[in-house]
Design a protein around this ligand. Structure first.
Ligand code: ANZ
Ligand code: ZN
Length: 804
């Protein structure tokens, strides 16, 4: 008998599937559709990680299963190919990012193909392809036309020695990752996208999504909606006012000082001559700090008095105005009223600078003699004149109404979400399709001139003025204004890596379309994505950006659903054999190529599904791989070259089969691949005990349920049984519920925890029926007699315990 040679059969079937285009999604079919999407990979030079196949195998099993159930399945793959590593590599070696990226794609495509996934390769896309990014630019222009893309001076991280803007990830401990110099903040002209205009919808529509609760909560926190009051504090003998945003207007009588963010525009006007030097010095120090450092709760508070005062609008008290770095310019109004008795940061600040602490909220309604730390909860107002004795909730309303009447307040909603800084001073990204004209301002590149192609450059070094290397290419930068035909200059900033991945699932619908980004008809048929699978690390940014773009496209009439991804699943990490996160430096990285070569793709696929629950992080275990490999060899020996007699199996054997079909079917639907595989393993062991009972029809059904998991092996054995056509053109086997019902099991009967009898019952017996039959047992009656059954413990299919 021939041995199981994975290398031979896997290559063979991958070739046949490809040639026959077996997994192509159909256009114009009347069938029910299902869109199964994987998060597409970044083609890194390291190639595929064993973590990738975990998600990809799950979606592959699911897609193959759905096709066998008669669905028209769209299951595509592509490359998220712009990105920093390729550009940094170019900086070091001079190799064009397009060259290194193409090489990486070649390698990672080979790896993905070697796993036998059923992608529709006709729909492969790459975000760096001008035919692709043409439409990324087109979407940017939709945003621009709708007033959702704008230019502004924004403080960004800037390295004074590299003379370039840095992403947050490139700042390590306040220093430039590349040269180690101290990073400072610099205002640079940037393009921003107005995602804040969609904050409420991005929040509300989460409710309708079938996503992990954990991810929804992360998005909610990121959007960070809070309701509160904006209060104006007048400045005596001046037309100026300071606006603050607070969620606690009930604490207004406890405000004993105010704080402006050091960059606040009023600081200049409010600082008295004597304080100017100190204030300037403090402002300068703040420029070197990140928001994260500034708001760190355990850090020692610091600040400087401006010399000016404001008036508390509820009691006309004069309170001093300070600046301090714990107040951020970018949140609320960039200024706060400080209530030391009820905000711990304010409390620490007040202690340090000897400012008064006035208790105005008390849980009991009584004042405390000494305050050792801020009480941040709600309660009953004290020391608050006419509002004393009222509960926080009510007081928030009444005090706000009072301020509204005095025209010194209004209700306000604030979001933590900021507009999305969308430009990068980088080469390897989509050019932003804008031309700057002295007369006409920022003008869209006309659609007929898209794509604005990325030109060749000689040097990838940033220019030193905070502009991208594109600014060095005079012939490219200098162009004509599309509006007035006067001289124009191209925008030299490029888009961030998030751009291409914010809409790629739409291009898969219609990747060859030269006239449109996608056709309306296809969009209507395929969208939304029914199932999206990927790592939880994309919980916030990618998923939020894609939802934002999708909503804009929805408003502009280009898509028909308000949300792109109906259902989301996150695969858990695969850890190294040592239980730690895999990393080169730890030396615990498993290379999928090695596993495929030694054991085969089917073993790798099945092992990754068998490791544990799909969402859990599980450590790699070489013994587990061996176990799965032995299982597949067992299946091979059970089937290959055998002549099975008869067609219908005997009843007892049929029951086992139908039970297994039911279990595997339900587990695939629930993404419980590990228990589906366990059931198949049990099944095979039982069959090997009575090999004479295996019939042809019977073994075929088993191969059908195995096929999504180990497609190459199943296909080869299917052929070996005499079939001319692919197993993947077959229907998924149905199970017979009647047969399963007839299955008998042994139920253990306990009285007060002691085994007293064992009876044969049907496997679907419920608690009520089990109790009845147990009480009918003669052996049991001896122990119960006339006693009353006080409690019943029932373990389905196993035991019943009567407590008397
Ligand atoms: C007075 C007050 C009293 C506050 C009190 C809290 C407790 P969330 O829920 O996150 O929206 N705040 C407002 N703008 C700020 C800024 N730019 N930088 C730092 N802190 C700022 O928080 C709202 C609260 O955060 C506001 O309510 C304000 O402090 C502070 F017993 O105002 B509160
Ligand atoms: Zn012009």
């Amino acid at each position: 008998m021939e041995k199981y040679q994975h290398q031979k059969i896997e290559k063979k079937w991958q070739k046949i599937w490809q040639e026959k285009k077996l997994f192509q999604a159909e256009e114009g079919a009347k069938k029910k559709k299902y869109y199964v999407l994987d998060m597409f990979p970044y083609p890194s030079s390291e190639g595929l990680h064993v973590g990738h196949p975990k998600g990809y195998t799950a979606t592959d099993i699911f897609s193959r299963y759905l096709r066998m159930r008669g669905y028209n399945v769209l299951h595509p793959m592509g490359w998220d190919a712009f990105g920093l590593p390729a550009e940094n590599y170019a900086l070091k070696t001079g190799v064009h990012p397009a060259v290194s990226t193409a090489k990486n794609i070649l390698n990672i495509r080979r790896q993905i193909k070697s796993l036998g996934f059923s992608y529709d390769w006709e729909r492969e896309i790459s975000t760096i392809d001008p035919e692709y990014y043409k439409w990324t630019q087109w979407i940017f222009l939709i945003l621009y036309k709708r007033g959702l893309a704008y230019e502004a001076e924004v403080p960004i991280n800037f390295c004074p020695s590299c003379k370039t803007g840095l992403a947050n990830e490139e700042v390590v401990g306040g220093k430039c990752e590349r040269c180690g110099s101290r990073v400072t903040r610099k205002n640079l002209r940037q393009w921003l996208l107005k995602i804040t205009a969609y904050a409420d919808r991005l929040l509300k529509d989460l409710d309708h999504l079938d996503w992990p609760e954990k991810i929804k909560i992360m998005q909610k926190n990121w959007i960070g909606r809070s309701e509160g009051t904006e209060i104006k504090f007048p400045i005596p003998n001046s037309p100026l006012q300071i606006s603050v945003f607070t969620t606690r207007p009930d604490t207004l009588f406890g405000a004993t000082y105010m704080v402006l963010a050091p960059e606040h525009p009023l600081v200049e006007k409010l600082t008295i001559a004597r304080q100017k030097d100190q204030i300037r010095k403090y402002q300068e120090e703040t420029r070197h700090k990140s928001d994260l450092e500034r708001t760190d709760l355990i850090k020692e508070k610091s600040g400087v008095f401006t010399g000016s005062y404001a008036i508390n609008p509820v009691n006309d008290e004069k309170i001093p105005i300070w600046i301090a770095d714990y107040v951020l310019l970018g949140y609320g109004t960039g200024a706060i009223m400080a209530v030391p008795a009820h905000d711990q940061r304010d409390f620490e600040f007040a202690k340090k600078f000897d400012l008064p602490v006035i208790e105005v909220i008390s849980s009991s309604g009584k004042a405390h003699k000494k305050i050792k730390k801020a009480y941040e909860g709600e309660g009953i107002l004290i020391n608050s004149q006419a509002f004393s004795g009222i509960k926080s909730d009510q007081a928030k309303k009444e005090i706000t109404d009072f301020l509204i009447k005095k025209k010194l307040g209004k209700r306000a909603i604030n979001y933590k979400l900021r507009d999305w800084i969308f430009s990068r001073q980088r080469y390897w990204g989509e050019p932003i399709p804008i031309i700057h004209c002295k007369k006409c301002g920022a003008v869209s590149v006309p659609e007929k001139d898209l794509p604005v192609k990325l030109p060749e450059v000689k040097k990838y070094q940033p220019t030193g003025t905070g502009e991208s290397p594109l600014a060095n290419i005079k012939e490219w930068v200098e162009t004509k204004c599309p509006k007035c035909a006067g001289p124009g200059k191209r925008e030299t900033n490029t888009m961030p890596q998030w751009a291409g991945s914010s809409w790629y699932y739409l291009r898969y619908l219609d990747p060859q379309n030269k006239k449109e980004a996608w056709s309306k008809k296809r969009e209507k048929y395929w969208m939304p994505v029914d199932l999206y699978v990927g790592g939880a690390e994309h919980a916030v940014l990618h998923l939020l950006y894609a939802r934002f773009w999708h909503k804009v496209l929805f408003d502009a009439g280009y898509v028909s659903t308000p949300e792109p991804f109906k259902k989301l699943k996150n695969q858990g990490l695969i850890l190294g054999p040592d239980g730690e996160k895999m990393s080169k430096s730890r030396g615990n990285v498993i290379n999928p190529d090695d596993i495929i070569e030694k054991y085969g793709a089917d073993t790798l696929r099945m092992y990754e599904m068998f490791m544990g629950p799909f969402e859990d992080a599980v450590a790699w275990d070489a013994k587990g791989v061996e176990g799965v490999s032995r299982f597949l060899q067992k299946v091979w020996r059970m089937v290959y070259g055998k002549n099975f007699a008869g067609n219908e199996p005997d009843k007892k054997t049929a029951i086992i089969l139908h039970k297994t079909i039911k279990k595997v079917t339900e587990d695939i639907e629930a993404f419980k691949f590990n228990t589906a595989i366990a059931a198949m393993m049990v099944f095979v062991n039982e069959m090997l005990n009575t090999p004479e009972k295996i019939t042809k029809n019977f073994i075929e059904k088993f191969l059908l349920i195995l096929s999504p998991f180990a497609p190459h092996l199943a296909e080869e054995l299917w052929e070996n049984l005499g079939h001319k056509d692919s197993i993947f053109k077959e229907k998924w086997p149905a199970y017979d519920p009647k047969l399963i019902k007839e299955e008998k099991i042994t139920l253990v009967i306990q009285i007060n925890g002691k085994v007293r009898d064992k009876i044969e019952v049907t496997s679907d017996i419920d608690e009520k029926e089990a109790k009845k039959q147990a009480q009918a047992s003669v052996k049991v009656q001896k122990f119960i007699g006339n006693k009353e059954v006080k409690k019943v413990i029932f373990v389905p299919q196993k035991l019943i315990n009567l407590v008397v």
